[in-house]
Design a protein around this ligand. Structure first.
Ligand SMILES: [Zn+2]
Length: 285
């Protein structure tokens, strides 16, 4: 394609920036919701595993209690039998032997009862934890439901718009040469607000708000080359061209607002973009 004027290149970049900023706005609207939803899903899965394990432990402990109950019943049956046998003892030795057995069974029962008390205490504790886990699970499930509804509403509302903007962004990118696109993407990725192309506002960079010297502003307005802010590295353009670009979003006409000036050299405090690399010192982004 024919070499575009700097003003045209700036307008194309500014146009792309405007589209991408609108996409950014949609992302902000969605905000932390997608992350919150996935965090909640993770937490719920963890709680479900925990509740399952606790329930399993409670079941196992209950089975142990049942076993001790069975043992106690058996011991009681033996005591009953031995007691009735006492009526028919024939000698002292037999009497003593039966009494010894009875004593052993009674000791066993005491032991079983102690074990059951301990187990039941443990079960009560586990059940309490299980209950708390289930309550938390229920709370989190409700939270997730609300967040999902919220997110879906936003997605529904913005999906069409976002799709359209992404298409427009792709189209706008095609108008811009590779090295500028690379620089644009790199700067955009460097800043949370995603601003790579800014206008000079009230003698300051519209991105970092550092002052731009008057001669630099003239240099920017001359459209001899594309300049970047020495403080933040963002591509700078004069407000006038920005306004024209905004007003002429549809027909892209060359509106090089020439500023009469004899300034030729690049003043300190700006950086010239060449070959996709910013040549300047004092980067403090
Ligand atoms: Zn700046």
């Amino acid at each position: 394609m024919a070499e575009k004027s700097v003003a045209e290149k700036l307008k194309d970049l500014y146009h792309l920036q405007n589209i991408d900023s609108q996409i950014d706005e949609i992302e902000v609207l969605k905000g932390e919701l997608p992350i919150e939803v996935s965090d909640l899903e993770d937490e719920i899965a963890g709680l479900e595993t925990r509740a399952g394990r606790l329930q399993q432990t409670v079941d196992e402990l209950n089975a142990e209690v049942s076993q001790y109950e069975k043992n106690t019943n058996e011991a009681n049956a033996l005591i009953e039998r031995y007691t009735s046998q006492l009526d028919d003892v024939k000698n002292n030795r037999e009497f003593e032997s039966l009494n010894k057995e009875l004593e052993l069974q009674r000791l066993d029962i005491q032991l079983f009862e102690k074990k059951m008390r301990e187990l039941n205490d443990t079960i009560a504790g586990k059940k309490e934890t299980l209950e708390a886990t289930r309550e938390r699970l229920e709370k989190k499930a409700k939270e997730l439901e609300t967040k999902k509804v919220e997110l879906n509403e936003i997605i529904e509302k913005t999906e069409k718009e976002e799709k359209k903007l992404r298409k427009e962004s792709e189209k706008a990118r095609k108008k811009i040469e590779e090295r500028l696109l690379k620089a644009y993407d790199r700067i955009r990725n460097n800043y949370r607000n995603g601003l790579a192309v800014v206008t000079v506002e009230r003698d300051a960079c519209g991105g970092c708000f550092n002052q731009i010297p008057p001669q630099t502003q003239l240099e920017i307005a001359m459209h001899k080359k594309i300049l970047a802010c020495e403080h933040c590295g963002r591509i700078l353009m004069d407000k006038e061209t920005g306004t024209i670009a905004e007003a002429q979003e549809e027909p892209a006409k060359d509106c090089d607002a020439a500023v009469e000036t004899s300034l030729q050299k690049t003043p300190a405090g700006t950086a010239e973009i060449t070959g996709g690399v910013f040549h300047f010192t004092g980067f403090r982004g």
